[in-house]
Ligand binder design. Structure first.
Ligand code: 1PX
Length: 227
């Protein structure tokens, strides 16, 4: 069942990864950033097959950045893919960033993940404020229209619309977030939701911090619109 597949997902791992991605110098550690995404992919995979194309898309992007990292290992001059800023500096210096057309740079690839974190922030904030009558699909698509749709083609927007109809309901969402198996009575369900909300809040804060630092780095380098 969906629940069993979802058991793997642990929201506290998302929290830990994104929290530890930020260093004292406000650097973003790419390994930790990608680990945070690995965990989010598990959540997507717990949602089942209709969402499958979205998790494939994310996995492809994660793999691409990791391939680049492996292909440019650390030397005595430094580790080019250790942090977001070192990646930007390295790819700019090496002429790997194409400002005119689509390329396979780490910068343009991570920009897609970055925009997705914007979506995630908006979505999770809406979930926090939601009540039992709200539909997940609706919360999702409001956030999607704001954060991602402007970058997507008409056809993709339609496909996403179809996929969002297949989202689980709110109770199941919290079951996946809290990693509990048994369907409890009302009381248990409420308690679980309280715990879930607290963890969600902290996770949103961690993601927001990472998002803001990343946004600033892209802005400083004039790379917010990389094709
Ligand atoms: C605790 C809750 C965790 C929830 C985790 C959910 C994480 C979801 C992240 C969504 C990531 C979407 C990636 C989009 C990247 C992108 O824009 N790619 C497009 C452009 O790439 P390109 O290389 O061509 O420039 C690409 O064309 C898009 C592919 C399909 C993406 C569809 C996005 C749908 C967003 C809505 C996600 C709904 C997930 C439901 C979670 C409850």
């Amino acid at each position: 069942s969906r629940l069993c597949r979802g058991r793997d997902f642990q929201i506290h791992r998302v929290l830990t990864a994104f929290n530890s991605a930020v260093t004292g110098e406000r650097e973003i550690l790419l390994d930790r950033y990608l680990e945070g995404w690995d965990e989010l992919v598990k959540f997507l995979e717990a949602l089942g097959t209709v969402i499958g194309f979205i998790s494939q898309e994310v996995k492809g992007k994660l793999e691409l950045v990791r391939d680049l990292r492996r292909g440019a290992p650390a030397t005595e001059k430094g580790d080019p893919y250790r942090t977001l800023r070192s990646m930007m500096a390295h790819e700019l210096r090496a002429g790997l960033v194409d400002f005119r057309r689509q390329s396979l740079s780490g910068c343009r690839t991570l920009l897609r993940l970055h925009r997705s974190l914007h979506w995630l922030q908006l979505f999770l904030r809406a979930v926090e404020r939601s009540s039992a009558v709200d539909s997940m699909g609706a919360l999702c698509s409001v956030a999607y229209n704001q954060a991602l749709a402007p970058y997507h083609s008409w056809l993709l927007r339609k496909a996403v619309g179809v996929a969002l109809v297949a989202l689980p309901d709110r109770a199941e969402f919290f079951r996946i977030v809290c990693g509990e198996e048994e369907k409890g009575e009302r009381e248990r369900e409420r308690e679980r939701e309280r715990e879930g909300r607290q963890l969600l809040e902290r996770t949103v804060l961690a993601i927001t911090r990472v998002y803001n630092i990343t946004q600033e780095a892209y802005q400083v380098n004039g790379m917010l619109d990389l094709p």
